[in-house]
Design a protein around this ligand. Structure first.
Ligand code: TXA
Ligand code: MG
Length: 335
């Protein structure tokens, strides 16, 4: 089932961190954990190293990378800052928030896909920050999955799909948040725009900015792009059609065919003993718990041989509703 992997998984010892930082400083690739998802990192100022990220992921060159920093000084060296950016960085960094700002000349065009802007984030993960510090490089890192696949939240997820294309994976356990960062475009300070929902909500950003944040969606369309032939690995399956339901009724349990899975946000009260019923959080559990488990659950259901998956959408006014439903909808769109 799993392709043979040639990648080594490193435990986060001091010695291994030094080894991996050295790989990065010399222009190599390292997959490493952040609090959102695992990233595939390279020196952001080394065009050749960044080109290797695109190759390993099978990522089209017109889909730009996020640059990760350890300090504000590093962030200011790559992007033109403004007052709005300072406000949100003060409120939410380090954390799951990426800012799109005008880029400074030192950033190679390959990182930004030739755009005059750059996406920058200070992650909250101790190990990722240590890699930036020890390597001395800001690190460009997209999610560490082949292009178009579900993002990885564990070292094993990375190995399962990229294990033959990269050499080094740092294991930091499961990513705490489990969804990619919120992306906000702050180039025009009067008109901030949300490019991707995440754990930092639009409302939270609006409170800090004192402005409405528009949700125009992505400026960089990634959905409609064709995936290079031969890129799809057989065992991965947004092949399993995902069918979204605003409210999946527990009444359906036992009524859908046994080869169709039901995926609830929270465990329904009193689940009859059916093998096709799954959930993302315990009964009464939080949406943070659901977000944390989402990608892992989608991956395991994908390899479970189901004919289809009926998935419940999140509801209510929790700030994570938009982000969870965005990822479920993307997964469904591929089906
Ligand atoms: O949580 C995350 O953001 C993770 C971890 C590893 O930090 N990274 C991540 O990267 O999700 P990736 O490559 O899967 O998503 C990056 C997205 C691009 O697809 C693009 O939509 C947006 O960031 N982006 C990057 N640079 C941009 C730019 N200059 N303008 C607009 N959007 C940009
Ligand atoms: Mg990604």
């Amino acid at each position: 089932m799993k392709p043979t992997s040639t990648a080594r998984i490193y435990r986060p010892t001091r010695r291994n961190l030094a080894t991996l930082a050295n790989v990065l400083a010399r222009g190599g690739l390292v997959a490493a954990p952040t609090e959102t998802v695992y990233g595939l990192a390279a020196d952001a100022l080394n065009a050749k190293a960044c080109r290797a990220i695109f190759r390993a992921k099978g990522r089209p060159a017109d889909d730009p990378l996020i640059v990760h920093v350890d300090t504000l000084a590093q962030a200011e060296a790559i992007a033109e800052w403004n007052e709005a950016a300072r406000l949100v960085a003060k409120a939410f960094w380090p954390g799951p928030l990426t800012l799109v700002l005008p880029k400074k000349p030192g950033v190679p065009g390959i990182v930004t896909s030739g755009l005059p802007s750059v996406a920058v984030r200070m992650p909250a993960h101790r190990l990722f920050r240590q890699l930036i510090r020890l390597s001395g490089c800001p690190l460009a890192a997209p999610s560490a999955n082949p292009f178009g696949y579900v993002s990885p939240t564990t070292a094993e997820h990375v190995r399962d799909h990229l294990g033959r294309r990269i050499g080094h994976i740092l294991d930091g356990g499961a990513s705490k948040i489990g969804l990619e960062s919120t992306i906000i475009d702050l180039r025009d300070t009067a008109h901030p725009a949300l490019l991707r929902p995440g754990a930092i909500s639009k409302e939270g950003l609006e409170r800090v900015l004192g402005l409405t944040v528009s949700a125009h969606g992505r400026t960089v369309p990634t959905k409609a792009r064709a995936i290079a032939p031969g890129m799809l690995e057989r065992h991965y399956s947004p092949r399993t059609p995902l069918i979204l339901s605003p409210a999946l009724s527990p009444e359906l349990i036992g009524r859908v065919p046994a080869n169709e899975a039901l995926l609830f946000i929270r465990k329904p009260e009193r689940v009859p003993p059916f093998k096709n019923v799954f959930w993302l959080a315990r009964s009464g559990g939080s949406l943070s718990e659901a977000a944390h488990n989402l990608f892992d659950r989608l991956r395991s259901l994908d390899t479970g041989g189901w004919r289809s998956i009926h998935a419940e959408l999140a509801a209510g006014d929790d700030p994570l509703v938009a982000a969870i439903n965005d990822r479920l909808s993307r997964a469904a769109a591929k089906g």
